[in-house]
Ligand binder design. Structure first.
Ligand code: CA2
Length: 148
């Protein structure tokens, strides 16, 4: 089987399903992981799924993906809007990267309008709730198959 698709989640996403359901929905991150694993398997791929509240650990996951993964799907959460370290890490790997968000940051507070990650990613999917993850998976597989 090909190298796994890395799905990387940033700070506070471990709280999904417990708070602010009006913004982020009712499903937990474990629910999302299961949905992604099933969808990937149906399409003949496997995933590795990570979450951390620590910026440096997210950098480590991106670096690991660069050597052991085929493509990165990342919801960088609040680090989207602040992190030059994530921008640099994504730029430093030679595999594609898709940025995803549950909500639509551009329609929220003005500080969410800037994404450092978008400046390093191949594309962004946002605003579709949990479906953003599944659309991200489709986009990732599209990139893999287009470059095969
Ligand atoms: O919409 C998204 O996926 C975000 O990446 C979520 C981030 C936010 O900072 C980005 O602007 C957009 C926040 C994740 C916080 O997750 C929580 C989950 C449940 C309860 C509280 C926070």
């Amino acid at each position: 089987m090909s190298k796994p698709i890395y799905i990387i989640n940033g700070p506070n996403l471990n709280l999904l399903g417990t708070r602010e359901p009006e913004i982020y929905g009712h499903q937990t991150l474990a629910d999302i992981e299961k949905l992604c694993a099933i969808a990937a398997e149906d399409l003949g791929y496997n995933i590795r799924f990570f979450q951390s509240n620590i910026e440096g650990e997210l950098v480590d996951f991106i670096q690991e993906a660069g050597s052991q993964g085929s493509v990165i799907i990342i919801n960088p959460a609040a680090y989207t809007h602040t992190s030059v370290a994530l921008y640099d890490a994504i730029k430093a790997v030679s595999i594609p990267c898709i940025e995803i968000h549950l909500s639509q940051p551009a329609a929220r507070e003005s500080f969410r309008r800037r994404s450092y990650v978008a400046e390093a990613a191949n594309g962004t999917i946002s605003g579709f709730g949990v479906k953003s993850y599944l659309l991200g998976l489709q986009a990732a597989i599209h990139l893999l198959e287009a470059s095969a």
